[in-house]
Design a protein around this ligand. Structure first.
Ligand code: AMP
Ligand code: ZN
Length: 670
């Protein structure tokens, strides 16, 4: 094809790797992306394909090595030398002062200066680089021996797989992996949608993630990291401040907020400054770590069995308040799980008013023995669901009765059951109105089929009046029947019917998500839609075919299989199809022989029939990469009305220019 210059696969791979590394660094370490996620994914896809076609081109530090590998059986053990220690905690500035005084007594002649850093709430890690390449990564474990989680840590894009020039050939560094709040929120939203239990906080989620046996799942979680220590002393550094600067120069993510403090007053100022500001950070922090700056002095101070003498953690007071339990309500979720929820007298904590707190499950509730009328201690961090920590027994009213587990579902009256190995009690009546209502609510949700005009109250009403009993019944609703209902009119009936009509043609991934298949959140739904292209293809996919989809693990695969094998679900799907729900087929991942494969295209100006998004989607589906600016790497420029400087640049560089008609012709039928 004209406009494309010959380039060997090896050169192309190397160029792609360099480009991807640069974008990873911009995104994950510097937080200043230049391209969209889509564009990034397209680059990655191209490199994966290239390396699959030419396995000899794959290098150990290729960004493709971050996508995760097949599950492992267990973790090898790593001995930590030196040991990974914990930190002594302090809970007031007075205690920090005492620590400084202790240091003065130990080293009367030393000049004491400090570095203050935020204490990141994650999981500590140790990384070994050999010949500049990430050779091994491990968890702290018991401090002396940890788990080798190299495969998982490779997927953390903030961590360099290869160090920048000038780094020591062998380097042992320590730091923390953590889940940014935004990623934590997203994961919990997906888990909620998929009917999975929520993570309590980012730290638990991180700890659970980093020890997963399937690194492909780890890759999807988007862990972040920060490094703060060179553990093998090989780098010839004199101070902690120098260490942090060096770590950043070698390509590691280093927390931005750190500051050198000449004395305790400056440390105190740092602590005060972050007391409120820390709530705006994208990571959870419960305190500040204060460290002696001079590394030689640190070595002289040494450590106790548990922690170094040269550092302390200052902990902000946890955000807890007391309030009274007005009632305990049992919610029945979409998957039938019963969750007790405490209704609280409203209190203000960690920036918001809290009126309800989760009691997780009956076991937890029974252990804490929370009763209606109790005064309880409630805790809340930034994004964490507020929780009841404990009961203030001294203030328990004399007549408070222990809360009793209902033996029957509070919504449908059927007996509740507990499956072996599970903590949760659940209602297993498929016709339970709670479950039906939840599944309808999920189906019509904005990120699912996006049906307007059907709020919780109306769903409850339609169920109570016997107009619907399950999702497919929605499509049988009639205008006059609806209009006659309490609180409805012709307008609202018509609006709902129009919205239901529109939902019949929603994209496949929305339908997949809307069906409420266990473990299939929005992201997995998109992956499945793109891979299989149609509901029919997915229905007959085997577990092997399912796990072959990147990021889909055995758990998801089994759940999808079980869903499509379930006669009840098959019945629902048939009813939906009969009602006219028919998502358009999805362009599958591009065929290997597509002439667009690996081509870089830039769009400029306004096209007559295609929107920017449509043109981008179709080009990408055909295997092309759509870039935002013209360079020597551009293969084609598609120019519409009012094309500007990009067109001039393309002419200047002699790049082939297409108009909309020739673009459509070359793309072929959609
Ligand atoms: P703890 O687990 O409460 O004993 O606290 C010690 C842990 O805090 C260390 O093992 C690190 O994992 C973690 N930590 C988080 N941020 C920092 C930091 N800036 N400097 C040192 N340790 C940190
Ligand atoms: Zn029920």
């Amino acid at each position: 094809m004209a406009g494309a210059r010959p380039e060997t696969p090896a050169a192309r791979a190397e160029r792609l790797r360099a480009e991807i590394r640069r974008h990873e660094d911009l995104y994950y370490r510097l937080g200043q992306p230049e391209i969209s996620d889509r564009e990034f994914d397209a680059l990655m896809r191209e490199l994966v394909d290239l390396e699959t076609a030419h396995p000899q081109l794959r290098t150990p530090d290729s960004p493709t090595q971050r996508v995760g590998d097949v599950p492992v059986e267990g973790f090898a053990q790593v001995v930590h030398e030196p040991p990974m220690q914990s930190l002594d905690n302090t809970y007031s500035l007075d205690e920090v002062r005492e620590w400084v005084e202790r240091l003065r007594r130990l080293e009367p002649d030393a000049e004491l200066a400090f570095v203050a850093e935020l204490k990141v709430d994650g999981v500590s890690i140790s990384l070994l680089y050999e010949e500049g390449l990430l050779a091994r990564g491990a968890t702290r474990g018991n401090g002396l021996v940890g788990d080798d989680v190299t495969a998982n840590l490779r997927t953390v894009r903030a961590l360099p797989l290869r160090l920048a020039a000038g780094a020591p050939r062998r380097l042992l560094v320590r730091g923390e992996v953590y889940l940014p709040r935004s990623a934590f929120r997203r994961i919990n939203e997906e888990r909620e949608a998929a009917g999975e239990p929520l993570f309590v906080n980012p730290r638990n989620a991180t700890a659970g993630t980093i020890r997963m046996l399937d690194s492909r799942v780890v890759a999807s979680r988007r862990l972040a990291a920060t490094l703060y220590q060179v553990a093998d002393g090989a780098a010839g550094l004199a101070s902690h401040a120098e260490t942090l600067a060096a770590l950043a120069a070698w390509g590691f993510p280093v927390q931005e907020g750190w500051r050198r403090c000449a004395d305790l007053e400056q440390v105190a100022a740092f602590v005060e400054e972050w007391r409120e500001r820390r709530r705006d950070l994208d990571f959870e922090t419960d305190g500040v770590v204060v460290k002696v700056d001079d590394l030689e002095l640190r070595a002289r101070l040494g450590s106790t069995a548990k922690a170094p003498r040269w550092a302390v953690a200052f902990k902000y007071e946890p955000e807890r308040v007391e309030t009274r339990v007005r009632g305990i309500r049992v919610q029945v979720g979409r998957t039938g799980v019963l969750t007790p929820v405490a209704e609280l007298e409203p209190v203000f904590v960690a920036g918001t008013t809290v009126q309800r707190a989760t009691l997780h499950n009956y076991e937890d509730l029974a252990r804490k023995d929370v009763r209606v009328g109790d005064t309880v201690c409630v805790e809340k961090g930034g994004d964490v669901i507020p929780k009841v920590v404990e009961v203030v027994l001294a203030r328990r009213p004399a007549n408070a009765r222990p809360f009793e587990l209902p033996e029957r579902c509070p919504r449908c009256g059927e007996p509740v059951v507990r499956y072996e190995g599970e903590v949760a009690w659940r209602c297993v009546n498929p016709a339970c109105p709670a479950m039906v209502a939840e599944s309808i609510r999920h189906y019509v949700g904005r990120n699912a089929m996006d049906v307007e005009g059907l709020g919780d109250e109306r769903i409850a009403q339609l169920l109570a009046e016997g107009r619907i009993a399950d999702v497919p019944d929605l499509y049988a609703l009639e205008r006059d029947e609806l209009a006659a209902l309490d609180g409805w009119g012709k307008k609202s009936a018509e609006k709902l019917l129009a919205s239901l009509e529109a939902s019949k043609g929603r994209e496949l991934h929305r339908l997949l998500f809307a069906l409420g298949i266990r473990f299939v959140g929005e992201r997995v739904a998109k992956l499945l839609a793109r891979h299989f292209g149609s509901l029919a293809a997915l229905e007959v996919a085997t577990e092997e075919e399912l796990v072959a989809v990147p990021e889909v693990g055995p758990k998801v695969a089994a759940s999808v299989r079980a869903f499509f094998a379930d006669p009840r679900q098959r019945g629902r799907l048939a009813a939906l199809a009969a009602a006219g729900v028919a998502p358009p087929a999805v362009e599958r991942a591009a065929a290997a022989d597509s002439p667009w494969r690996g081509r870089t295209v830039v769009l400029t100006g306004t096209l007559a029939t295609l929107s920017r998004e449509e043109a981008t989607a179709r080009l990408e589906a055909a295997g092309a990469r759509v870039a935002s600016s013209v360079s020597k790497k551009t293969d084609f420029v598609v120019a519409g009305e009012k094309a500007g400087s990009k067109l001039d640049k393309a002419r200047e560089l002699g790049i082939e220019i297409l108009d909309e008609a020739s673009l459509l012709e070359r793309l072929g039928p959609s």
